[in-house]
Design a protein around this ligand. Sequence first.
Ligand code: NAD
Ligand code: ZN
Length: 250
Amino acid sequence: MSEADIERLAEMVRQARRVVVFTGAGISTESGIPDFRSPGGLWTKYKPIEFQDFMASEEMRREAWRRKFAMDDTMKQAAPNRGHRAVAQLATRGKITHVITQNIDGLHQASGVPDEKVIELHGNTTYARCLDCHERYELAPIKQAFEKDETLPACTKCDGIVKTATISFGQAMPELEMARAQEAAVSCDLLLAIGSSLVVYPAAGFPIMAKRGGAGLVILNREPTDLDAIADLVINAEIGDTLGTVVGNN
Ligand code: NAD
Ligand code: ZN
C-alpha cells in the first residue's frame, strides 16, 4: 500500500459528508472467518447449497445444518478486528450513514456500529427463522436436537421449514434491506467497497448505483475486483492495516 493512496483515501473521507461503507467477507478474514473466493476460502472446500436444493430434500437440509454447526465454532470465537473497529470509529464520528454488508457474522454490530446503521443484505447466521411465517428461533435448542439424532427443526406455529436467517444463492433478497441499501447508495457522496470480490449480485449493484448517482467510489481489496475500472481509487492492500492507518487507530 502506498502512502499516496492512504493520503488520498484519508482526504476523500475528510471531504465527504455522507459515507456508505459496503463490506464483503474480506473484512472478516482477519477475525479468522474464511471468505469464499480467496485461496483456501470456503468455496474451495464446499460448493454452496442453493436454496432450491435446500427446499427439495431433507438430506440437503441436514447437510446445511451440519456445515452450519461445524462453522459455528469458528464464528463464535470471532471478534471484530482493526478493520471493523476503524469503520465503527467513522460511524461514531458521524461520517457514515450506513454500513451495507454481505456478511452474516454480525461483527459490524459487535464492533459498535449501531444496529440501525447496519444493512444486512444476506441476513444473519446467529439465529433462524421459519421460511413461511418468519417466526424467529434461537440456535441452541435446534443444535441440541440436531446433534442428538439429526432432527430437522420445524416451526411450532405453522410446521414450516426452519432455516438460518441467511440468504442462500437462489433465495429471494430481503425487500426492506434492499430498499434501504438502495436509498443509502443513491444518497451518499462516497462509497467505500471493502473486502468484496464484487461478483455477487444484486449486492455488487450498490457500488455501481452510488457511482452513477455521483458519489466517489473507493475499492479496498488485496486483489483486483470486477469493478476496479469504474472506481475513483483502488487500493490493493490489507484491510486492517489500511483502514487502521486512515482512521488512526493502529
Ligand atoms: P468473497 O469471498 O467473494 O470476496 C472476499 C474478497 O476479500 C476477496 O476478493 C479477497 O481478495 C478479499 N480479501 C480477503 N481478505 C482480505 C484482507 N485481509 N485484506 C484485503 N482484502 C481481503 O466475498 P464476498 O464478496 O463477500 O461474497 C461472498 C458471499 O459469501 C457473500 O455474499 C457473503 O454473504 C458470504 N460470506 C460471508 C462471510 C462472513 O459473514 N464473514 C464469510 C464467507 C462468505
Ligand atoms: Zn412458521
